[in-house]
Design a binder for this molecule. Structure first.
Ligand code: NAD
Length: 429
């Protein structure tokens, strides 16, 4: 049996490869392989029955070379320090690849929100943010939602932090409701960003987006909106699948109608006129564009050789295992890696923070056009790096772009001593 994949080790391997390909020194690897700061907190929370339960929480700050740490807070029973470390590390590179002035951070609490009442969830959210408040702030570390946290949780956390500071500090957290400083366009941002990079990738490889066939794994927030936006660009959405099952129709679906069906029935399975399809059948079917938008480790070494798509746009985080990546590269599939393809969310989080800091708010059109500019620019920067280094895939190229930014910042700040190669590396890309 193969050794179970540890996200932190995978993240470190990805840095190792990019540092080697850029010809950077060991000092860059030593700085990036581990977080700058980690905080573990014990959080006593009063439960509805009057008892006190102590939860364990984390906030990990990976790197500050380009700006304050940025990254979500996850509430989940499986949260572990290694998982939070890996997620924090990925945030450094996700922010850098789209050119945001941020470092990476991530937080988590070991809990099962499904077993908490709304009041208990609110008390846990407030106590957690109080526990980590000394290391947060718009200029230090700016959290956001992640798995099982949402805009309501962000509103409670912003409110609690504002009480701690004794003034309204909207810019301490992003993903808030619009009424308390959230940004228009934030909800669709991940999917919109993914659509922009898929569109540009299609252009780059000479695939006509109009009429291109698309399969989407995961029909939640990210997947359903990507399907809708790609359909608007003229793509044919031929297969979709959620955790219950899937639907296939070679004539193509109208995503708005699928959405209505899913909201009424709870799944896309059984959509009128479609054939039932499993997740594995969807991943390996004949199509031009595959969008994994569900969970991590879906495209494995076993699945990868049977993938027929020309482009994979990773809306999900970590859907492809390292072994599968190697097979896809060998087979000429263009994989748009998660740190690039789903960076639209953190990009509009950045816009939210900018608007909070200015106290001046943009229209949705303005947010979307700024997002488009950032995503298109990031795609071509990564694509150029990929083309310039024949031996690397798009994922490594994305890490190389990110690491060249971060290492340049660390170099000019004097964190790497006299390592002049670091400072020049961006010029060779
Ligand atoms: P979501 O919970 O709204 O949707 C997930 C979807 O995946 C659901 O439709 C669920 O039924 C489906 N699913 C779960 N297990 C499945 C399986 N085994 N096979 C097929 N489908 C399955 O979550 P989301 O917010 O859309 O996030 C999806 C992915 O995108 C995650 O990896 C997340 O980390 C990533 N992501 C999301 C955002 C965002 O802003 N929403 C930002 C960055 C990354």
């Amino acid at each position: 049996m193969s050794k179970e994949l540890n996200s932190y080790e995978i993240a470190q391997q990805q840095i190792r490869e990019a540092v080697n390909n850029l010809g950077l020194s060991e000092m860059v690897f030593d700085m990036l392989k581990q977080p700058t700061r980690e905080l573990t907190v014990a959080i006593p929370v009063e439960m509805d029955d009057g008892s006190i339960k102590v939860f364990t929480g984390y906030r990990v700050q990976h790197n500050f070379a380009l700006g304050p740490a940025k990254g979500g807070i996850r509430f989940h029973p499986d949260v572990s320090l290694d998982e939070v470390r890996a997620l924090a590390l990925w945030m450094t590179f996700k922010s850098a690849v789209v050119g945001l002035p941020y470092g990476g951070g991530k937080g988590g609490v070991i809990c099962n929100p499904k077993e908490l009442s709304n009041r208990e969830l609110q008390r846990l959210s407030r106590e957690y943010i109080r526990s980590v408040a000394p290391i947060l702030g718009p200029e230090k570390d700016v959290p956001a939602p992640d798995v099982y946290t949402n805009s309501q949780v962000m509103a409670w956390m912003m409110d609690e932090y504002s009480k701690y500071k004794c003034y309204n500090d909207f810019g301490v957290i992003t993903g808030k409701p619009i009424i308390v400083g959230g940004s228009l366009g934030r909800n669709e941002a991940t999917a919109r960003g993914c659509t922009f990079v898929v569109r540009e990738a299609a252009k780059a490889i000479g695939l006509n987006i109009k009429g291109a066939t698309v399969a989407v794994q995961g029909y939640g927030n990210a997947g359903s909106i990507v399907a809708n936006l790609l359909h608007k660009l003229g793509c044919k959405i031929v297969a979709v699948v959620d955790s219950t099952g899937g639907a296939y129709n070679p004539q193509g679906f109208i995503p708005e109608k699928l959405e209505v069906f899913k909201s009424e029935i709870g799944t896309v399975k059984g959509y009128p006129g479609s054939k039932n399809i499993s997740s594995e059948e969807l991943l390996t079917m004949a199509c031009d564009i595959l969008i994994p938008a569900a969970l991590e480790n879906q495209i494995t070494e076993e699945i990868a050789p049977r993938i027929k798509a020309k482009i994979i746009g990773e809306a999900a985080n970590g859907p492809t295992t390292p072994g599968a990546d190697r097979i896809l590269t060998k087979n000429g599939v263009l994989v748009l890696p998660d740190i690039l393809a789903n960076a639209g969310g953190v990009t509009v989080s950045y816009f939210e923070w900018v608007q909070n800091n200015m106290g001046y708010y943009w229209s949705e059109e303005e947010v979307n056009s700024k997002l488009e500019a950032k995503m298109v620019n990031a795609f071509y920067e990564v694509y150029k790096m990929y083309k310039a280094h024949k031996q690397v895939d798009m994922r490594t190229a994305a890490y190389m772009v990110s690491i060249s930014y971060v290492s340049e910042a660390m170099g000019v700040r004097g964190w790497l001593g006299e390592d002049t190669k670091v400072q020049k590396c961006r010029k060779v890309s």
